[in-house]
Design a protein around this ligand. Structure first.
Ligand code: NAP
Length: 252
């Protein structure tokens, strides 16, 4: 019997794969057999070493997603270098914190541009490639607990991640019948650069930990298995879902 989680021969484009959740997902997909194109603004040298160490091919594509400028060529470059494209992981993201009364337009736009606008146009570029070439594809967007909850002092982040959840469902409706599975992973509280400030705040850290049924913060590698599932044939009938990977946070 074939392994439904096997990604041998597949190519995945992962944004923001130099660190944190993106790196862990890239390595997990490579471990399941996929070759990796890593698109982002910091050279993903550590990720390259891990992916190549697993015997998979790796290419780094410089891209700054604060604008849509790099998007039109990314799919073409991935296909040109690795021979195809089957999986898109929209992981790159940022957060800005301030009281809503003081929140600036610049902090609104910066977060929406990376977390939502570029995500949509990357999905569009991927969708066009897959559908125009009669292929099958898997999109995994990285959502958040703030795709479900309101949060506090992060208005553009909450708006962007709620938008990612909505977009995931909309694209699933349009593309489920065209051979593309569009889903999202909503990580709980993960130990990455994104949460350094939260973990450094003793009071917030204790409050967060007390609410997580699993009793610990997530490691980036906790996102690997769910990503492999959503990238593989094992999830062929899964469309438009936002999968919480949160140690039980939303169950409280
Ligand atoms: P991270 O360690 O800060 O990684 C963020 C990644 O996004 C980095 O690779 C970063 O590149 C990239 N990025 C940011 N702005 C970019 C831009 N303009 N152009 C290209 N790449 C850019 O944080 P993380 O926690 O792994 O975050 C990954 C995703 O998970 C984000 O979408 C985040 O919102 C989401 N998430 C995180 C948590 C958590 O608890 N950590 C929870 C829920 C959701 P540089 O290294 O060059 O900045």
């Amino acid at each position: 019997m074939t392994n439904p989680f096997d990604l041998t021969g597949k190519v995945a484009l992962v944004t923001g794969a130099n660190t944190g959740i993106g790196q862990a997902i890239a390595v997990a997909l490579a471990n399941a057999g996929a070759d990796i194109a890593a698109a982002g603004r910091t050279p993903p040298d550590e990720t390259r070493a891990q992916v190549e160490g697993l015997g998979r091919r790796f290419t780094a594509l410089p891209a700054d997603f604060s604008s849509t400028a790099p998007i039109p060529t990314l799919v073409e470059e991935t296909v040109g270098t690795l021979g195809g494209l089957d999986i898109l992981v929209n992981n790159a993201g940022i957060i800005r914190r301030a009281d809503s009364l003081d929140f600036t337009e610049a902090d609104w736009d910066a977060v929406m541009d990376v977390n939502l606008k570029s995500v949509f146009f990357l999905c569009q570029a991927f969708g066009r490639y897959v559908i125009n070439n009669g292929r099958r594809g898997k999109i995994i967007n990285i959502a958040s607990m703030l795709s479900f909850q309101g949060g506090i002092r992060v208005p553009s982040y909450t708006a962007s991640k709620s938008g990612v959840a909505g977009l995931t469902k909309l694209l699933a409706n349009e593309w489920a019948g065209k051979g593309i599975n569009v889903n999202a992973i909503a990580p709980g509280y993960v130990e990455t650069n994104n949460t350094t400030a939260l973990r450094a705040d003793e009071k917030r850290n204790a409050e967060i930990l007390a609410r997580i049924p699993a009793g610990r913060w997530s490691a980036p590698s906790d996102m690997g298995g769910p990503a492999v599932f959503l990238a593989s044939a094992a999830s062929d009938y899964v469309h438009g879902t936002v999968l919480p990977v949160d140690g039980g946070w939303l169950a409280r």
